[in-house]
Each structure stands twice: as C-alpha cells, then as structure tokens.
Ligand binder design. Sequence first.
Ligand code: ATP
Ligand code: MG
Length: 224
Amino acid sequence: MISKIFRAVIMGPPGSGKGTISTRIVKDFNMKHLSSGDLLRSQILNKTTAGQLAKGYIDHGKLVPDNVMVDLILNELQNMKSHSWLLDGFPRTVTQAGALLKNEPIDLVVNLNVPFEVIIDRIKGRWTHAPSGRIYHTEFNPPKVQGKDDVTGEDLIQRDDDKPETVRKRLETYQNNTQPVLQYFRDHGLLEEFTGRYSNEIWPKVHSFLSTKTEPLQYTHYGE
Ligand code: ATP
Ligand code: MG
C-alpha cells in the first residue's frame, strides 16, 4: 500500500555509501533527512543544553547517553510530523530503537549490507593529498602520476584511519554495536537489507523497493 507519509531509518557501516544513498533517497522521495551527527553538531554550535551535555561524550569518542539522544531526536521529529523523513545515525542502541518505535510509526528500516572485505579494499586504495584534502583511488580515480597529486605534483599519503587494520577495527566495533539493533528491527518485521559492492549497484534496488512503499517524485535515470 502506498502511504502518504513515509518514515524510514537507514543503517550501514562506515564506508558503505550510506551518505550517498541517503542523499538520493531524500531527493527522489521528497523526504526530510535527519542525521543524528549533524543535529548534535548544530546543538553544540548553538550551545544548547543538550549540545553542551553531548560534547563531552563526543569528544571522548563515546556514545551520547540514551535519554539525551532520545529526547533530542523525538523532539526534532515532532517538528516533522506532516512530512516524510529518513533518520540516519539513530538509533544506535536497542534502548533508542525501543523508544523510537514506541513514539513513531516506522515504516521501514533500510540496512546497507556491503561486505567488509569490499569496504576494506575500497578504503585501502584511497590516497590523500594532505595539504588540499584531494582524494584519489588507485582503482576508481587514480592520479595521473602514481603517488603524486595531479595539481601540485606533491606526494600522496595514506591516512592512518584508512589503513586496513584501523578500518577493520572500526568495522568490528560497528558490527558489535549494531547487531542487536538490526535484530530488534528484524524481530519487528521492519528490516530490509540491500546487498552490493557499490552505491550504483545498491541504489537501483533501494529505489525500486521504496517505490513500492511510497511515491517517487519523478522518473530518475541511473548511473549518471
Ligand atoms: P559516520 O562515519 O557514520 O559519520 P560518526 O562516528 O562520525 O560516524 P556521527 O553520526 O557523525 O558518527 O555522530 C558523531 C558522534 O555523535 C558519534 O561518534 C557519537 O558520539 C554521537 N552520536 C551520534 N548519534 C548518536 C546516537 N544515536 N546515540 C549516541 N550517540 C550518538
Ligand atoms: Mg561523521
């Protein structure tokens, strides 16, 4: 059944292309995008009570406490009642997931299932020109001269957090934290998994599935 207002959550490991897919979903299906990370950063900038509370946790690489996070997100969703939305970065715990389902009629949870080996391979090939932030990829976007920046000719480096061992650790942490949340949504019959190696491979699947649930804005071409 096509419902007028559509409420969805998107989940996926770092490097899964969640940002790319989220942007395409909200554009094609006319949804508002609520990212918990962006919301927290704006709360911190505006020095709100929640922002000041959250900052200490974020700076220490810890999760913001559930009660703070739940209040913040539910309050924000109140202002989006008449609109379809896509929630990104929340929930991160089963407690948060429970509070969300209790308060909002969730239609769908999208999980991007990109094999870890693929993510590691993808990030492994990434090289950065540190002074400018320009990014290359040995396979998908190679520099004109191997190991050198196209513009300045200077050396490219591999960032510490792009090294395979670091990436593997981040993925394991994500996996351990997220598994129970995915299972919770699966138990509630809300989880839909999309598997693929690249965003352009996953996106058509997400688009056609969502089209059976809610109206796309217009016909879109793929792979542009
Ligand atoms: P990504 O690589 O997906 O951007 P990230 O770790 O940068 O991951 P953000 O979503 O940008 O995550 O959030 C930044 C920080 O804000 C997190 O590290 C965490 O401290 C906090 N945070 C965001 N969402 C939540 C949440 N749902 N519950 C608790 N803390 C959160
Ligand atoms: Mg981030």
